[in-house]
Design a protein around this ligand. Structure first.
Ligand code: C5P
Length: 213
């Protein structure tokens, strides 16, 4: 069974998806980590074709034992921390607009989730990667709250994060290929003011209902 969780940056997707996967005993797929790996590669090799980098990238997402963040390996190097740098967020969002990059990464993601039980999180999981997912969620939150959450995670200034996040959201929403939008049939949930446990409990209830139909 696949549960797809999409939404803009800071809507709570990663925290919720990890906790949900832990609770249900599913594997967590952070599709954004793959775009971040290609973004990092594009910074290191600016003259290269992003789609070729995406096809060649040997990305391994190693699930963590508890509900902590999984490790992200690129060519066997652990880049879990590096890919979270603000310049990599920007580079990821730029390469993510390239149709060749998307094609290569969507193929890797589909291969991963073809068997087993997954909570897959990103921007296009419900619309493109797994349109037949048993449950599709679209998480949103007030933009100021989203910026506050991201800033707290990064130890950065909330106003700076608010501006950068706004630019990234706009790019993700307006790109020609797989723009960020709720999938048909997705359940939209505004997480503003909600505790993580509350959001997870609501999704668990929806997942149980979906599994029994
Ligand atoms: O989710 P995260 O912030 O790590 O994603 C980084 C960037 O990767 C996003 O801003 C978006 O441009 C891109 N992305 C995407 N499709 C996904 C996941 C992430 O385009 N499924």
């Amino acid at each position: 069974m696949v549960i797809a969780i999409d939404g803009p940056a800071g809507a709570g997707k990663s925290t919720v998806a990890r906790a949900l996967a832990h609770e249900l005993g599913f594997t967590y797929l952070d599709s954004g980590a793959m775009y971040r790996c290609v973004g990092l590669l594009s910074l290191a090799a600016p003259a290269s074709e992003p789609a070729a980098l995406a096809r060649a990238a040997a990305i391994d997402l190693v699930p963590s034992q508890a509900d902590g963040p999984p490790r992200v390996l690129l060519d066997r190097h652990d880049l879990t921390e590096q890919i979270r740098a603000p310049e990599v967020s920007e580079a990821a969002s730029l390469v993510a607009a390239d149709p060749g990059v998307r094609e290569a990464l969507v193929a890797k993601q589909r291969e991963l989730i073809a068997s087993g039980d997954w909570v897959a999180e990103g921007r296009d999981v419900g619309t493109v990667v797994a349109p037949d997912a048993a449950l599709k969620m679209f998480l949103t939150a007030d933009p100021h709250e989203r910026a506050r959450r991201r800033a707290a995670e990064l130890g950065a200034d909330a106003d700076t994060v608010f501006v950068e996040q706004g630019l990234r959201d706009e790019r993700d929403r307006t790109r020609a290929h797989s723009p960020l939008r709720p999938a048909p049939g997705a359940v939209e949930l505004d997480t503003t003011g909600l505790e993580v446990a509350e959001v997870v409990a609501r999704i668990v209830a929806l997942a149980r209902a979906a599994a029994s139909t």
